[in-house]
Design a protein around this ligand. Structure first.
Ligand code: AMP
Length: 138
């Protein structure tokens, strides 16, 4: 399986498609998932080109994990979640739909069932507000 540079996350990283951005530096972009499984569902996307975990450069993986942790903590603080799920899918049979490596951070709330993967689209105004709040807690 090879990396296809026309995937939607590559276009977002290139600034060709808008996103509700939480954070960006030379190595990664953090944005709100527009089909969230819970309030605050966020994606951490390394900029280096790889389809997923299987073809990623180990150096890129170790570089991104501290950011994943930082965003997880900011999400706990922002959403007042009781917990957080870290998810990452590799190839279509495993549920991957966008073929550029990314990590899902999905806040979990006691007694509230998580939504289905990549289903209902969230309100843009709410996502914009959440992105700002999470960024301020990073
Ligand atoms: P995966 O199934 O792990 O490849 O996840 C892809 C995720 O990207 C899903 O949770 C989608 O809801 C999300 N997604 C797809 N398109 C966009 C987009 N334009 N902006 C933000 N999130 C997106």
């Amino acid at each position: 399986m090879t990396y296809d540079p026309s995937n939607i996350f590559a276009k977002i990283i290139a600034g060709e498609i808008p996103s509700h951005k939480v954070f960006e530096d030379d190595t990664a972009l953090v944005m709100m998932d527009i089909f969230p499984q819970s309030r605050g569902h966020t994606l951490v996307i390394p900029k280096a080109q790889s389809r997923n975990l299987l073809d990623a450069d180990p150096a890129a993986l170790s570089a991104v994990m501290p950011l994943v942790q930082r965003v997880a903590k900011a999400l706990m603080q922002t959403t007042k979640a009781g917990g957080i799920r870290l998810a990452q899918f590799n190839e279509a049979p495993a549920g991957q739909t966008v073929f550029h490596l990314h990590f899902h951070l999905i806040p979990a709330f006691e007694g509230v069932a998580m939504g289905a993967h990549a289903s209902g689209r969230a309100d843009d105004a709410e996502l914009a507000q959440l992105a700002k709040k999470i960024a301020s807690n990073l």
